[in-house]
Design a protein around this ligand. Sequence first.
Ligand code: NAP
Length: 247
Amino acid sequence: MNALKDKIALITGGTSGMGAATAKRFHEEGATVIVTGSSKASVEAARKAMPYVEAIASDAGDSKAAKTLVDHIKEKYGHLNILFVNAGIAKVAPLSAADEAHFDELFRVNVRGPYFLLKYAVPAMTDGGSIILTSSMGALKGMPGLSVYSATKAALRSFGLTLAAELASRRIRVNTITPGPINTPIAGKMGLSPEQIAGFGQMVANGPLGRPGEPEEIAAAALYYASDESKFTTGTELRVDGGISAV
Ligand SMILES: NC(=O)c1ccc[n+]([C@@H]2O[C@H](COP(=O)([O-])OP(=O)(O)OC[C@H]3O[C@@H](n4cnc5c(N)ncnc54)[C@H](OP(=O)(O)O)[C@@H]3O)[C@@H](O)[C@H]2O)c1
Protein backbone atom coordinates (compact mmCIF):
# COMPACT_ATOMS: atom_id res chain seq x y z
CA MET A 1 0.00 0.00 0.00
CA ASN A 2 3.03 2.29 -0.18
CA ALA A 3 4.02 2.05 -3.84
CA LEU A 4 3.58 5.82 -4.28
CA LYS A 5 4.60 7.02 -0.82
CA ASP A 6 5.65 10.71 -0.83
CA LYS A 7 4.77 11.13 -4.52
CA ILE A 8 2.83 14.10 -5.88
CA ALA A 9 0.49 13.04 -8.70
CA LEU A 10 -1.63 15.11 -11.08
CA ILE A 11 -4.46 13.32 -12.87
CA THR A 12 -6.33 15.33 -15.50
CA GLY A 13 -9.92 14.20 -15.90
CA GLY A 14 -9.79 12.73 -12.42
CA THR A 15 -13.33 13.68 -11.42
CA SER A 16 -14.95 10.73 -13.18
CA GLY A 17 -14.43 7.30 -14.70
CA MET A 18 -10.95 5.86 -14.97
CA GLY A 19 -9.26 9.04 -13.73
CA ALA A 20 -11.31 8.96 -10.52
CA ALA A 21 -10.58 5.25 -10.01
CA THR A 22 -6.89 6.00 -10.48
CA ALA A 23 -7.02 8.90 -8.02
CA LYS A 24 -8.45 6.54 -5.39
CA ARG A 25 -5.82 3.89 -6.12
CA PHE A 26 -2.91 6.36 -6.08
CA HIS A 27 -4.17 7.77 -2.76
CA GLU A 28 -4.37 4.25 -1.29
CA GLU A 29 -0.75 3.78 -2.36
CA GLY A 30 0.38 6.85 -0.43
CA ALA A 31 0.42 9.58 -3.10
CA THR A 32 -0.78 13.14 -2.71
CA VAL A 33 -3.27 13.45 -5.56
CA ILE A 34 -4.53 16.47 -7.50
CA VAL A 35 -7.34 15.91 -10.01
CA THR A 36 -8.90 18.20 -12.59
CA GLY A 37 -12.34 18.33 -14.14
CA SER A 38 -14.15 20.59 -16.57
CA SER A 39 -16.86 22.19 -14.45
CA LYS A 40 -17.34 23.60 -10.96
CA ALA A 41 -20.18 21.10 -10.40
CA SER A 42 -18.15 18.00 -11.32
CA VAL A 43 -15.19 19.23 -9.28
CA GLU A 44 -17.43 19.88 -6.27
CA ALA A 45 -18.92 16.38 -6.61
CA ALA A 46 -15.41 14.91 -6.80
CA ARG A 47 -14.38 16.78 -3.64
CA LYS A 48 -17.32 15.26 -1.81
CA ALA A 49 -16.72 11.74 -3.16
CA MET A 50 -12.93 11.88 -2.67
CA PRO A 51 -12.18 14.30 0.18
CA TYR A 52 -8.58 13.06 0.16
CA VAL A 53 -7.76 14.64 -3.25
CA GLU A 54 -7.39 18.25 -4.28
CA ALA A 55 -9.94 18.76 -7.08
CA ILE A 56 -9.50 21.73 -9.41
CA ALA A 57 -11.65 23.03 -12.29
CA SER A 58 -9.23 23.43 -15.19
CA ASP A 59 -10.25 23.22 -18.84
CA ALA A 60 -8.12 20.50 -20.41
CA GLY A 61 -8.23 22.29 -23.77
CA ASP A 62 -6.98 25.64 -22.50
CA SER A 63 -3.21 26.10 -22.53
CA LYS A 64 -3.39 29.15 -20.21
CA ALA A 65 -5.35 27.07 -17.70
CA ALA A 66 -2.63 24.40 -17.97
CA LYS A 67 0.03 26.96 -17.05
CA THR A 68 -2.03 28.25 -14.12
CA LEU A 69 -2.53 24.68 -12.90
CA VAL A 70 1.19 23.92 -13.00
CA ASP A 71 2.05 27.23 -11.27
CA HIS A 72 -0.41 26.31 -8.49
CA ILE A 73 1.14 22.86 -8.06
CA LYS A 74 4.68 24.29 -7.97
CA GLU A 75 3.67 26.86 -5.37
CA LYS A 76 1.69 24.47 -3.15
CA TYR A 77 3.62 21.18 -3.50
CA GLY A 78 7.01 22.24 -4.91
CA HIS A 79 7.16 19.63 -7.67
CA LEU A 80 5.36 16.83 -9.48
CA ASN A 81 6.43 13.17 -9.59
CA ILE A 82 3.58 11.66 -11.63
CA LEU A 83 1.53 13.18 -14.44
CA PHE A 84 -1.44 11.22 -15.80
CA VAL A 85 -2.72 13.03 -18.91
CA ASN A 86 -6.14 11.44 -19.02
CA ALA A 87 -8.88 14.06 -19.55
CA GLY A 88 -10.64 13.64 -22.84
CA ILE A 89 -13.90 13.80 -24.71
CA ALA A 90 -15.31 11.38 -27.26
CA LYS A 91 -17.79 12.32 -29.97
CA VAL A 92 -18.98 10.27 -32.89
CA ALA A 93 -19.39 11.62 -36.43
CA PRO A 94 -18.82 9.91 -39.75
CA LEU A 95 -16.83 11.91 -42.33
CA SER A 96 -20.07 12.94 -44.06
CA ALA A 97 -21.45 14.52 -40.86
CA ALA A 98 -18.30 15.84 -39.17
CA ASP A 99 -17.93 19.62 -39.28
CA GLU A 100 -15.09 21.96 -38.39
CA ALA A 101 -16.43 22.56 -34.87
CA HIS A 102 -16.37 18.79 -34.21
CA PHE A 103 -12.78 18.53 -35.44
CA ASP A 104 -11.56 21.62 -33.56
CA GLU A 105 -13.17 20.75 -30.22
CA LEU A 106 -11.80 17.20 -30.16
CA PHE A 107 -8.31 18.36 -31.08
CA ARG A 108 -8.49 21.28 -28.60
CA VAL A 109 -9.42 19.12 -25.59
CA ASN A 110 -7.66 15.86 -26.47
CA VAL A 111 -4.46 17.08 -28.13
CA ARG A 112 -3.67 20.81 -27.97
CA GLY A 113 -4.39 21.31 -24.27
CA PRO A 114 -2.64 18.09 -23.20
CA TYR A 115 0.42 18.99 -25.31
CA PHE A 116 0.84 22.35 -23.60
CA LEU A 117 0.17 20.84 -20.20
CA LEU A 118 3.07 18.47 -20.91
CA LYS A 119 5.22 21.42 -21.97
CA TYR A 120 4.49 23.40 -18.80
CA ALA A 121 4.47 20.45 -16.38
CA VAL A 122 7.71 18.73 -17.40
CA PRO A 123 9.96 21.45 -15.91
CA ALA A 124 8.08 21.00 -12.61
CA MET A 125 8.66 17.24 -12.63
CA THR A 126 11.38 15.55 -10.67
CA ASP A 127 14.05 13.59 -12.56
CA GLY A 128 12.92 9.96 -12.59
CA GLY A 129 9.23 10.94 -12.72
CA SER A 130 6.52 9.17 -14.65
CA ILE A 131 4.19 10.48 -17.35
CA ILE A 132 1.21 8.38 -18.42
CA LEU A 133 -0.98 9.22 -21.41
CA THR A 134 -4.48 7.89 -22.10
CA SER A 135 -4.89 6.89 -25.74
CA SER A 136 -7.65 4.62 -27.07
CA MET A 137 -8.17 1.42 -28.99
CA GLY A 138 -9.44 3.71 -31.75
CA ALA A 139 -5.80 4.62 -32.42
CA LEU A 140 -5.16 0.97 -33.37
CA LYS A 141 -8.34 -0.15 -35.07
CA GLY A 142 -10.67 1.47 -37.62
CA MET A 143 -14.12 2.02 -36.18
CA PRO A 144 -16.85 3.88 -38.09
CA GLY A 145 -17.68 7.37 -36.86
CA LEU A 146 -14.52 7.77 -34.82
CA SER A 147 -12.12 9.26 -37.40
CA VAL A 148 -11.44 12.51 -35.54
CA TYR A 149 -11.55 11.07 -32.02
CA SER A 150 -9.24 8.23 -33.00
CA ALA A 151 -6.82 10.66 -34.67
CA THR A 152 -6.62 12.65 -31.42
CA LYS A 153 -5.80 9.47 -29.53
CA ALA A 154 -3.21 8.46 -32.13
CA ALA A 155 -1.57 11.86 -31.53
CA LEU A 156 -1.28 11.13 -27.81
CA ARG A 157 0.22 7.73 -28.56
CA SER A 158 2.76 9.47 -30.79
CA PHE A 159 3.60 12.04 -28.08
CA GLY A 160 4.31 9.08 -25.81
CA LEU A 161 7.04 7.82 -28.14
CA THR A 162 8.69 11.15 -28.90
CA LEU A 163 8.62 12.39 -25.31
CA ALA A 164 10.02 9.09 -24.03
CA ALA A 165 13.03 9.85 -26.25
CA GLU A 166 13.25 13.54 -25.34
CA LEU A 167 12.90 13.06 -21.58
CA ALA A 168 15.10 10.00 -21.17
CA SER A 169 18.06 12.16 -20.21
CA ARG A 170 16.12 13.18 -17.09
CA ARG A 171 14.99 9.56 -16.51
CA ILE A 172 11.38 10.71 -16.88
CA ARG A 173 9.51 7.69 -18.22
CA VAL A 174 6.63 8.21 -20.64
CA ASN A 175 4.15 5.42 -21.29
CA THR A 176 0.71 5.12 -22.82
CA ILE A 177 -2.39 3.26 -21.69
CA THR A 178 -4.63 2.21 -24.55
CA PRO A 179 -8.06 1.35 -23.17
CA GLY A 180 -10.71 -0.59 -25.01
CA PRO A 181 -14.35 -0.18 -23.97
CA ILE A 182 -14.36 0.71 -20.27
CA ASN A 183 -17.47 1.02 -18.16
CA THR A 184 -17.40 4.79 -17.42
CA PRO A 185 -19.86 7.67 -17.85
CA ILE A 186 -18.21 8.65 -21.17
CA ALA A 187 -20.58 6.53 -23.27
CA GLY A 188 -23.51 8.60 -22.01
CA LYS A 189 -21.78 11.83 -23.12
CA MET A 190 -21.06 10.76 -26.70
CA GLY A 191 -24.48 11.39 -28.22
CA LEU A 192 -24.72 7.84 -29.54
CA SER A 193 -27.77 6.67 -31.49
CA PRO A 194 -29.50 3.46 -30.34
CA GLU A 195 -27.94 1.70 -33.38
CA GLN A 196 -24.45 2.88 -32.39
CA ILE A 197 -24.99 1.74 -28.79
CA ALA A 198 -26.09 -1.67 -30.09
CA GLY A 199 -23.02 -1.80 -32.38
CA PHE A 200 -20.59 -1.07 -29.53
CA GLY A 201 -22.40 -3.59 -27.32
CA GLN A 202 -21.97 -6.21 -30.02
CA MET A 203 -18.25 -5.44 -30.38
CA VAL A 204 -17.76 -5.87 -26.63
CA ALA A 205 -19.81 -9.09 -26.48
CA ASN A 206 -17.84 -10.53 -29.42
CA GLY A 207 -14.46 -9.63 -27.88
CA PRO A 208 -12.20 -12.35 -26.44
CA LEU A 209 -13.20 -11.62 -22.84
CA GLY A 210 -16.82 -10.80 -23.73
CA ARG A 211 -17.21 -7.88 -21.32
CA PRO A 212 -16.24 -4.21 -20.95
CA GLY A 213 -13.36 -3.26 -18.68
CA GLU A 214 -13.82 -1.57 -15.33
CA PRO A 215 -12.19 1.76 -14.36
CA GLU A 216 -10.24 -0.05 -11.62
CA GLU A 217 -8.55 -2.14 -14.33
CA ILE A 218 -7.18 1.07 -15.88
CA ALA A 219 -6.15 2.28 -12.40
CA ALA A 220 -4.11 -0.92 -12.00
CA ALA A 221 -2.29 -0.22 -15.28
CA ALA A 222 -1.70 3.41 -14.26
CA LEU A 223 -0.29 2.28 -10.91
CA TYR A 224 2.15 -0.02 -12.70
CA TYR A 225 3.43 2.83 -14.87
CA ALA A 226 3.46 5.35 -12.00
CA SER A 227 5.41 3.15 -9.61
CA ASP A 228 8.92 1.69 -9.53
CA GLU A 229 7.44 -1.65 -10.66
CA SER A 230 7.91 -0.28 -14.19
CA LYS A 231 11.19 1.56 -13.61
CA PHE A 232 12.89 -0.01 -16.69
CA THR A 233 9.91 0.73 -18.93
CA THR A 234 9.50 3.78 -21.15
CA GLY A 235 8.02 4.48 -24.58
CA THR A 236 5.63 1.56 -24.23
CA GLU A 237 1.92 1.06 -24.58
CA LEU A 238 -0.27 -1.14 -22.41
CA ARG A 239 -3.46 -2.23 -24.15
CA VAL A 240 -6.17 -2.69 -21.54
CA ASP A 241 -8.86 -3.71 -23.97
CA GLY A 242 -9.85 -7.29 -23.22
CA GLY A 243 -7.92 -8.36 -26.32
CA ILE A 244 -10.33 -6.67 -28.73
CA SER A 245 -7.62 -4.87 -30.73
CA ALA A 246 -5.55 -8.03 -31.11
CA VAL A 247 -7.83 -11.05 -31.41
N1 NAP B 1 -14.32 4.69 -21.38
C1 NAP B 1 -13.81 4.21 -22.49
O1 NAP B 1 -14.34 3.24 -23.07
C2 NAP B 1 -12.56 4.80 -23.07
C3 NAP B 1 -11.87 4.06 -24.03
C4 NAP B 1 -10.70 4.59 -24.56
C5 NAP B 1 -10.22 5.80 -24.11
N2 NAP B 1 -10.91 6.50 -23.17
C6 NAP B 1 -10.33 7.77 -22.72
O2 NAP B 1 -10.16 7.70 -21.34
C7 NAP B 1 -10.14 9.02 -20.78
C8 NAP B 1 -11.04 9.06 -19.56
O3 NAP B 1 -12.36 8.81 -19.98
P1 NAP B 1 -13.46 8.05 -19.11
O4 NAP B 1 -13.93 6.91 -19.89
O5 NAP B 1 -12.98 7.88 -17.72
O6 NAP B 1 -14.63 9.14 -19.21
P2 NAP B 1 -15.35 10.12 -18.19
O7 NAP B 1 -15.89 9.35 -17.04
O8 NAP B 1 -16.25 10.93 -19.04
O9 NAP B 1 -14.16 11.03 -17.66
C9 NAP B 1 -13.60 12.03 -18.47
C10 NAP B 1 -12.82 12.95 -17.58
O10 NAP B 1 -12.24 13.98 -18.40
C11 NAP B 1 -12.66 15.23 -17.90
N3 NAP B 1 -12.78 16.21 -18.96
C12 NAP B 1 -13.45 16.12 -20.12
N4 NAP B 1 -13.35 17.27 -20.81
C13 NAP B 1 -12.63 18.11 -20.04
C14 NAP B 1 -12.21 19.46 -20.18
N5 NAP B 1 -12.48 20.20 -21.26
N6 NAP B 1 -11.48 19.98 -19.16
C15 NAP B 1 -11.19 19.28 -18.05
N7 NAP B 1 -11.57 18.01 -17.87
C16 NAP B 1 -12.28 17.43 -18.85
C17 NAP B 1 -13.99 14.98 -17.23
O11 NAP B 1 -14.23 16.00 -16.31
P3 NAP B 1 -15.73 16.47 -15.96
O12 NAP B 1 -16.44 15.26 -15.44
O13 NAP B 1 -15.50 17.49 -14.95
O14 NAP B 1 -16.31 16.97 -17.25
C18 NAP B 1 -13.73 13.64 -16.57
O15 NAP B 1 -13.03 13.81 -15.36
C19 NAP B 1 -10.54 9.95 -21.91
O16 NAP B 1 -9.39 10.54 -22.46
C20 NAP B 1 -11.17 9.01 -22.93
O17 NAP B 1 -11.06 9.50 -24.23
C21 NAP B 1 -12.07 6.03 -22.64
